[in-house]
Design a protein around this ligand. Structure first.
Ligand SMILES: [Zn+2]
Ligand SMILES: [Zn+2]
Length: 175
């Protein structure tokens, strides 16, 4: 014995019925009073011309429609986030591209080391005394050059700044 499931009310009707035994909807066709079968889109019975066509059950269960709605919402959200990240990526690209695509603006490539500094300048840059730079930062690995036998210390601005930033980041990671 077969059962027909009604997507409208969620009840089973035994056998091969034309209408749901609970809510009275037809299953996947529109039926006129003489039970001629017409497609879902029909307005008038194609065989007898009757306009009294039955209401077919929904194509999918109500719960499925809810799921489909949620899925569409989820997809919309996903698309929203995808486009948002695309916009952010584009913004990041446009911010960094002028430097890359217009090298003629800076014909002299910037020295990656930066300008050379004396120990006093480094102390001013870091905000401490020259003594601290010599006794504390250099032993900790502050990049520097020792020029000639006199041992004059030379630092490069970018190198020093990079070193300080790296140290700060490491310190933050340790916390
Ligand atoms: Zn029903
Ligand atoms: Zn008919």
């Amino acid at each position: 014995m077969s059962l027909s499931y009604c997507y409208n009310c969620g009840k089973f009707t035994g056998g091969k019925p034309l209408f749901c035994g609970n809510c009275g909807r037809s299953y996947d066709v529109k039926l006129c009073p003489r039970l001629h079968q017409n497609p879902r889109g029909a307005e008038v019975c194609s065989q007898c011309g009757s306009r009294e066509l039955s209401t077919p059950q929904p194509k999918i269960p109500m719960s499925w429609r809810l799921l489909a709605l949620l899925a569409r919402l989820g997809l919309g959200l996903l698309l929203f986030y995808a486009s948002l990240s695309l916009v952010i990526a584009l913004l990041g690209f446009s911010r960094s591209s002028p430097r890359q695509s217009y090298p003629q603006h800076c014909p002299q490539r910037p020295d990656p080391l930066g300008t050379p500094l004396a120990i006093r300048d480094v102390a001013r840059l870091i905000g401490c005394s020259a003594w601290t730079v010599r006794q504390s930062y250099i032993p900790q690995g502050l990049p520097h050059l020792r020029s000639g036998p006199s041992g004059k210390l030379i630092f490069y601005r970018e190198q020093v700044v990079r070193w300080i930033l790296e140290r700060q980041q490491k310190g933050r990671q340790r916390i």
